[in-house]
Design a protein around this ligand. Sequence first.
Ligand code: FAD
Length: 544
Amino acid sequence: VVVFQATTTLPPALASPATAPPPSVIDQIRELADATAGRFRTDDAATALASTDFGRNVSAAAARPAAVFYPSTPADIAALLRASSSSASPFPVSARGRGHSTRGQAAAPGGVVIDMASLGRGGDGERSERLAVSACGRYIDAGGEQLWVDVLHAALAHGLTPSSWTDYLHLTVGGTLSNAGISGQAFRHGPQITNVLELDVITGTGEMVMCSKEENGDLFEAVLGGLGQFGIITRARIPLAPAPARARWVRLLYAGAAALTADQERLIAGSGAVAGIMDYVEGSVVTDFQGLIGSWRSQPPSSDADAARVAELAKEAGGVLYCLEGAVYYGGAADTSAADVDKGLDVMLRELRYARGFAFVQDVSYVEFLDRVHAGELKLRAAGLWHVPHPWLNLFLPRSRILDFAAGVFHGVLLRDGAAGAATGPVLVYPMNRRRWDAAMSAVFPDGGDGDGDGEVFYTVAILRSAVAAGDLGRMEAQNAEVTRFCEGAGIPCTQYLASYATQEEWAARHFGPGRWDTFVQRKRKYDPKAILSRGQRIFSYPL
Ligand code: FAD
């Protein structure tokens, strides 16, 4: 059923036509509405929702689309993209997963935002088709709009599971595959983008293409980590492995960054006494004054007595502690028993250099472990702290400079304002193995070996802050800028993950660098020559 609602008030971008106006987006989609089974909305409620995201820190007026499109099928999306790309005045189109971006990346200013979730809203039959497990093929075909938490449950029904995750599962398959999709399993399995067998993609010209490493490999590699620039993912085939049933969830406290990172690197190494024991390795910076907003992601289980001991340790360490967070999976279809796990954990707890007496081990179900951040989300929602601005900063850093970064940022920039300044959100720090990434894909990660001890490992640092009080947002943005300046001043090369830059020059020079930028532009010309897709990333404009 085609429902078309025209607004009486047009968004600012469309409200004042020049003398010989090109056909407006509204005129163009009016025709399209008759030709697809999808539904357009141009009313304020729909366009306002599509102009904001989890970050809540970009101007909604500037990001506002002319319309929101609710496709019923991938063919509807193809029709929309064909209409725009063949028009004399092509309009921007962006897929919106769930809008968990933090800097307007899923916006389509003056154009059309595709509400991807509507693809999965058909009847039961249609929904299950968009999450189809092949138990003998050991893969799941997931619609690009599907949430990873639903992928998990569909796979578990067959005793199977994907191997690479994000820490938060209520993100879409298409959204995380457009970035990289990282968490504590990436050291072993690589980011989510290297855990894909095949994709269905609709390019910027509206062509529907099946691609994989072997078939249409250039498009496959372009789209993975491609920031939505080359096509819209409507299906991803994700490999599956036997699913464990439970996880031993370990938190170890450290008084310094050097001991933490040395132990993390031992855990993710290919050989050594503790290598391979953990299935998941992350870490975080813990301050003694972070409260709920700082610890919602992962709160160590601690009694009041433990909390007092931790506070004392933090005081001795100058207000900053580090937490190594890990998990070992077992049971279910995985080939390990609780006894095997405990043997490995005993070795690990003997070997690692955490502050003795500060090891916390919890036993939880595999699902509880993977979906733990959602539990934190519910707490924040209940406290009215979820829908606040999130001026997040995510960085990839070379291994050789992580301790310089810790000294300058964790013990410097982020602490400068004292308790009031630091009590603002979790700060993650963990290493990954470069060889698990694929440089042919669009995602940018640090180059290996600069002759300074880097080689195989690089770090991610995620400063995941919430601006809760008046003045927080400005202060945090200023601190983010200070972190960048500190890195520049100290000669620490850092790459933004979930990057945001204001100009194409910055994207080219600061994010991609010459060789990668050339490839990115060539692919853009090939797959989205009218620069329609994901304009909210602010990389390209029309004409290219
Ligand atoms: P959106 O934000 O809606 O879209 C992201 C970009 O991808 C946009 O440019 C959009 O146009 C494009 N896009 C969306 N769908 C498609 C599609 N089907 N095809 C092509 N392009 C598309 N990331 C991690 O890697 N690891 C984490 O642990 C992690 N934890 C997070 C925790 C929270 C609480 C939040 C809010 C985010 C987290 N993220 C994490 C970041 C996450 O990967 C990004 O927010 C990502 O954008 C996914 O969100 P989304 O699915 O809502 O996509």
